[in-house]
Design a protein around this ligand. Structure first.
Ligand code: GDP
Ligand code: IMO
Ligand code: MG
Length: 421
């Protein structure tokens, strides 16, 4: 069984929680794109884990894979592994030798470029974009290269002069490119992880041949996709479900399920259009109630009403077979709740978002209003435990998305989940 899970909005939908829940039944959990710009939270008991690179199946001690489509900062991964080992956890991790390495110069270039932009993207400054540029330009350092000083030396001999020139041109300090101390650290981590190298595509395909269960964990969200998202306010990877096949090297006909994680409202961190954004007290209330501060950067997340126009498009972009609706509890206490069911643009009503970002910025949401509920739902175990207005809200979202909601999350903990038939 091969299941892909992706975010249906702008990231931070609660993928970490849902992947952790699903992982119990799976044999392998694999990350297929992005890097440590991701921050996936898993809460077990009174412990909260914020994972940037280690797949969210780690708490169930599953086989974890980092695929070659990921951009990997070895220092961040190493820090995460040490924290997990420090708690006595086993981490059965395989990393594809072709995985692109985020080098210190990528982080430097990300920061320099962002500083120079007049219209900022608001990147996480983790070097994501510049690492992917190098993959496409065929100038990347790969995981295998940092396991062998000779391979890394050869790669850098070829790459370094152009990087130094580029950083100088951007007004930065080019010495970061051949910084011996940093390269030494990378090599040390590479050496320590040498035995973790594996052919991720082969491992997954063989597991599927043996009828094992494989879960592909997406990072970011559908509208941060570098092609289908709100360019230029996007990340630099392919975040939709199809990307799992391409990046993990699994044929599309092997996919069984595609799970979309969707928040009961919407958030975005960084710049870019967010048609239903609430810049008022209600927005601030959602941010506080939902703890909407970036897992990776701590930045406050922008909050808004549920946007079914983006939702419908996400269903097409990913081919969702089911949805997990998260953070329904955060809406508790609102007297009335709005859902954006269409946009108005230049006198026309749109059911799908316009392709151009500048058009999307001009869209005015058309809202439907529903009655809220005041009872706490954080302890609801069964769908029928939810107040009628909460059920009506869930059912309206399901109707607008036209995909079954298989689970409703009413709190960060594992137990705070309602499963639907
Ligand atoms: P991800 O990037 O998609 O994995 O999401 P994040 O971990 O960045 O952000 C989701 C946040 O919401 C985390 O702090 C989770 O612990 C928390 N969370 C997840 N599901 C729920 C829920 O149903 N209710 C509440 N209140 N919090 C949740
Ligand atoms: P998870 O996996 C939310 C956003 C950044 C910025 C844009 C580009 O936790 O859902 P980048 O550093 O990737 O070049 O930044 O993308 N972004 C995310 N927003 N959740 C994420 O990941 C994100 N990863 C990147 O805020 O707007
Ligand atoms: Mg996150």
């Amino acid at each position: 069984m091969f299941t892909i899970i992706t975010g249906a909005q702008f990231g931070d939908e609660g993928k970490g929680k849902i992947v952790d829940l699903l992982a119990e039944k799976y044999d392998i959990v694999a990350r297929f794109q992005g890097g440590d710009n991701a921050g996936h939270t898993v809460k077990v008991g009174d412990k909260t884990y914020k994972l940037h690179l280690v797949p969210s199946g780690v708490l169930f001690n599953k086989r974890l894979l980092i695929g070659p489509g990921v951009v990997l900062n070895p220092k961040i991964l190493w820090g995460e592994l040490q924290a997990l080992w420090g708690e006595g956890m086993k981490v059965d991790l395989g990393i594809d030798p072709k995985t692109s390495i985020i080098m210190p110069y990528h982080i430097e270039m990300d920061a320099l470029r962002e500083r120079a932009r007049t219209a900022k993207i608001g990147t996480t400054k983790r070097g994501i974009g510049y690492a992917y540029i190098d993959k496409i330009a065929r100038e990347e350092v790969q995981m295998a290269d940092i396991t062998d000083p000779e391979l890394l030396r050869k790669k850098l001999e070829e790459i370094a002069p152009a990087k130094e020139a580029a950083i100088k041109e951007m007004g930065g300090d080019p010495s970061v490119v051949r910084d011996e101390a940093q390269l030494g650290e990378y090599l040390e981590i590479g050496r320590a992880l040498k035995n973790n190298l594996t052919d991720v595509s082969l491992e997954i395909n063989r597991a599927l041949d043996e009828e094992k269960m494989v879960l592909a964990e997406g990072a970011q969200g559908s509208f941060l996709d570098v092609i289908h998202g709100t360019q230029k306010f996007v990340t630099s990877s392919f975040t939709t479900a199809g990307s799992a096949c391409a990046n993990l090297g699994v044929g599309p006909v092997r996919v069984d399920n595609v799970v979309g994680v969707v928040k009961a409202y919407i958030t975005r961190v960084g710049e870019g259009p967010l048609p239903t954004e609430l810049k008022d007290e209600t927005g601030a209330r959602l941010r506080e109630a939902g703890g909407e501060y970036g897992t990776t950067t701590g930045r406050p997340r922008r909050c808004g009403w549920f946007d079914a126009v983006l939702g419908r498009k996400a269903v097409y972009l990913n081919g969702y077979t089911e949805l997990a609706l998260t953070k329904l509890d955060v809406l508790t206490g609102l007297r009335r709740i709005k859902i954006c069911v269409a946009y108005e643009l230049d006198g026309e009503i749109l059911e799908y978002p316009p392709e151009s970002t500048s058009d999307l910025e001009r869209c005015v949401p058309v809202y439907e209003e529903m009655e809220g509920w005041s009872e706490s739902i954080s302890d609801a175990l069964d769908y029928n435990d939810l107040p009628q207005n909460a059920r009506a809200y869930v059912e309206r979202i399901q109707e607008l998305m036209d995909v079954d909601i298989a689970a409703i999350s009413v709190g960060p903990a594992r137990e705070q989940t309602i499963y639907l038939e």
